[in-house]
Design a protein around this ligand. Structure first.
Ligand SMILES: Nc1ncnc2c1ncn2[C@@H]1O[C@H](COP(=O)(O)OP(=O)(O)OP(=O)(O)O)[C@@H](O)[C@H]1O
Length: 258
């Protein structure tokens, strides 16, 4: 019974992190960190430089192995699983710098993100091909890339490349998306569109977004977790954490709180 319930939670994207910790040669980058993220939640993680934000995402996606604690994605314990299995379990990571295939078109970038595409092209089975086209068009529409499908990805603006990469995660069927500063370097209009896109994605997927820009955070987040020195310092709405004296203290002198 419990396994069945957990399996549903895994598909829906619940993430439960308990007492997570990692040390790099004696230095504790993350310590005793617990987080509970509901299915279809859009959680923002903020914190000053070196707080452990990137290290947290690295541990969820298997890039860094925790020294202590557990990361449960539904009924799956992710700690100890190799990175490719974590991807297959539905966890997709986007790093700060976009990594798309610049010499391929937007459509081609999207097509190759679909699982099992190689076998598909070998067989050239019409119905599957039509299904691929349908899914590519649907996700391109979601990511505001419909009119750019035949352009080379290298010609896209910085913001459009970020959307393409998010679209690739959607086609990979990621149920939990980990995004590292998705609006860094974007224009104000691109930020607005990204806020809309992320909110839309959170209607049927779970997202964890690392972000510095508090205006953007306020525009997207239902809940914010503030990390400091590898631990959770505060949690609440953007407004609540910005008013928290502990958070103000940590950011003192930082223009985020001007
Ligand atoms: N592989 C590593 N080896 C040694 N120290 C590391 C390693 N990775 C991270 N650290 C250290 O762990 C701490 C947390 O780093 P992390 O990159 O997670 O912080 P962050 O909150 O993402 O900061 P930023 O906002 O600057 O990206 C830092 O002090 C960093 O120097």
């Amino acid at each position: 019974m419990i396994a069945g319930t957990d399996a549903i939670a895994a598909r829906a994207g619940a993430l439960v992190i308990e007492n997570l910790g990692v040390s790099f040669g004696g230095f504790r980058a993350v310590e005793d960190l617990s987080l509970n993220i509901a299915p279809n939640e859009l959680r923002v993680v903020i914190g000053p430089n070196g707080a452990g934000k990137t290290t947290l995402l690295d541990m969820i996606c298997g890039k860094t192995r925790p020294t202590t604690g557990s990361i449960k994605f539904g009924d799956l314990e992710l700690t100890g699983m190799p990175e490719y299995q974590i991807v297959r379990a539905g966890v997709g990571r986007k790093f700060q710098a976009p990594s798309v295939y610049e010499d391929l078109t937007v459509a081609e970038n999207l097509e190759i993100s679909l699982p099992n595409t190689h076998g598909l092209w070998q067989s050239l089975f019409y119905r599957r091909t039509a299904e691929v086209r349908r899914r590519v068009l649907e996700v391109a529409d979601r990511a505001r890339l419909t009119s750019d499908l035949s352009r080379n990805a290298g010609e896209l603006s910085h913001g459009q490349k970020q959307w393409l990469e998010i679209a690739m995660l959607l086609l990979q069927d990621s149920k939990l998306l980990l995004l590292d500063e998705p609006v860094a370097g974007m224009s104000p209009r691109e930020r607005e569109l990204t806020a809309e896109l992320l909110k839309e994605i959170a209607t049927d997927r779970t997202l964890i977004v690392i972000e510095h820009d508090m205006e953007f955070v306020a525009s997207i987040a239902s809940k914010v977790t503030v990390l400091h020195q590898g631990r959770v310092l505060s949690e609440g709405t953007a407004e609540q954490v910005q008013r928290d004296p502990l958070v103000i203290d940590v950011y003192l002198g930082d223009d985020h709180h001007a």
